[in-house]
Ligand binder design. Sequence first.
Ligand code: KG4
Ligand code: ZN
Length: 344
Amino acid sequence: MLILGIESSCDETGIALYDSAAGLLAHALHSQVAMHAEYGGVVPELASRDHIRRVVPLLREALAQSGRALAEVDAVAYTRGPGLSGALLVGCAFAEALALALDKPTIPVHHLEGHLLSPLLSRTPPTFPFVALLVSGGHTQLMRVTAVGEYELLGETLDDAAGEAFDKSAKLLGLPYPGGALLSQLAELGTSGVYQLPRPMQHSGDLNFSFSGLKTAVLTLVREQDEPLSEVFKADAARAFQEAIVEVLVKKSLKALKQTGLKQLVVAGGVGANRQLRAMLDDEARRKRFRVFYPELEFCTDNGAMIALAGCLRLQAGSPAKPAGAFAVQPRWPLMDISASGTQ
Ligand code: KG4
Ligand code: ZN
């Protein structure tokens, strides 16, 4: 079974071909980061227009890489939500029209399900069940993943997502959008312990998070400084911020493992690329004897491969594909609303 996957929920256009027997055959990606950087954040209308420009060339690129023909595609999977409505509509309309022309069914996929299942693309995948820490620009959740479509929310952020906190704090330190990865590079140059920042909700007794106070603490630190901010201050503040957020993410992940009795942790989403988070989790995994899995770096952030994979696993798990043609997107869509048997 050959599945074409299309991702367009935010500022990345991703196209991939996934074969149920041979695995991932090809994936092509265009990131709009450089275009939005000028505005300090994603401009939804520009995002939609750029998806329109990229989707056909990316499809051609992925097909050429895969050595397969469009006519061989058995079903078209695409991100139905959550995300920016205009951006989602581009991928959705393209996927539905293409499937209609090919006389093939479609599989609308939940973006977060794509992230959750993305570690299964790696050479050493986890086995079900596992705990997933989903840390992206829009979401921060701990889940128990029992099987494809069987997800239990264990805890989530009450305000900002982890990636959002990284990006907002980076902005406060004068770094360009999206500052998460840049802040983490800067943190490596900083000295630990120069500034003390709070570890929000660390002792809340549950598995929820809150990061908006941490961002406010960075703002307070910045306001105490003379302008322009010195490079040393920026590095030390970045270090303090990163240590605080990583410590909370690690502590809550350990608590989730303890609470569920599971021995496998999967880290998905853009913040999963963070080196300090990975180092600390690897260290804890050695000491506490659990296994931790990360998607390959290229599959941590948004991509079409995870959507093609999720679509394929859904079909294999018995979810019905739907006839192409009629469609809608779901910009707001809690993951818990999808059932084990289908995405509707
Ligand atoms: O999963 P993703 O591509 O998009 C969403 O679905 O939201 O995640 C993007 C987020 C951004 O907030 C970005 O700043 C953050 O992941 N990010 C990082 C790192 N690389 C990307 N945050 C911390 N450290 C990194 N190395
Ligand atoms: Zn994402």
